[in-house]
Ligand binder design. Structure first.
Ligand SMILES: *Cc1c(COP(=O)(O)O)cnc(C)c1O
Length: 221
């Protein structure tokens, strides 16, 4: 094969992932030229953690890329990505929804979003509880006034440790929350769980979208 090593790695990884599961390539810290290698072989979904980095790449790369925001939301910068963002995975506050809705209505867009749920006890992992997510979805202001925001599922990050049982527990928990909230909010279609180190477990537990960075690009600088 004469492919670039990144392309080969992507093809290799893809072979082991069921077709119905979406792969989001996490391109944070990666050069535009490396992202292009995957674009050339038809990949379109890329995830970034920071608004500024995403905008820089958005400007340099083809416009049919579907950009996903997966990092902690910076409320004051959110508006810059609204014209083109495909999916925001990390919504945690009603205030985020209000900002997205306001900016999206100016652009005449409906922005798909996920609520980020905290599924592990690590302090540096963010997310909200099941109760808070339910609260947001039940909020009349969301249901009536936020016409330019659509919450279509959940995102979660498992703990960073090696105990497989713990990660299973966390993914199982998220899947249960997803099913439960989906009973009343039938718009759900994306469960974003699983990263390079734990995606095979996420697949066992019903993920619909896995977020892969180092597995495709190698270790980040
Ligand atoms: C960085 C990041 C990833 C990708 O992590 P890898 O371990 O490199 O696959 C996935 N999800 C989120 C939210 C991230 O911040």
């Amino acid at each position: 094969m004469n492919n670039h090593p990144i392309q080969n790695r992507f093809f290799f990884v893809k072979r082991f992932i069921p077709k119905n599961i979406k792969i989001l390539v996490v391109s944070k810290n990666q050069e535009v030229s490396r992202i292009k290698k995957l674009y050339e072989i038809g990949h379109r979904d890329f995830g970034e953690n920071y608004v500024q980095e995403m905008i820089k790449k958005y400007k340099k790369l083809p416009k049919d890329i579907r950009w996903h925001m997966i990092g902690r939301i910076q409320s004051n910068k959110l508006k810059y990505i609204i014209p083109f963002i495909h999916l925001i995975h990390s919504v945690q506050k009603f205030k985020h929804i209000q900002i997205i809705n306001k900016e999206a209505s100016k652009q005449n867009r409906v922005i798909n979003c996920l609520l980020q749920i905290k599924i592990c006890n690590e302090k540096n992992k963010s997310g909200i509880t099941y109760q808070k997510a339910n609260h947001i979805l039940e909020d009349k202001r969301y249901q009536k006034d936020m016409k330019n925001v659509k919450i279509i599922g959940l995102m979660g990050m498992a703990s960073f440790q090696k105990k497989i049982q713990e990660i299973r527990y966390e993914f199982d928990y998220l899947k249960n929350i997803y099913n439960d909230l989906n009973k009343n909010h039938k718009h759900f279609c994306i469960l974003s769980m699983g990263m390079s180190r734990d995606y095979p477990i996420a697949i066992e537990y019903g993920t619909t979208l896995i977020r892969l960075g180092t597995l495709i690009f190698g270790d980040r600088k």
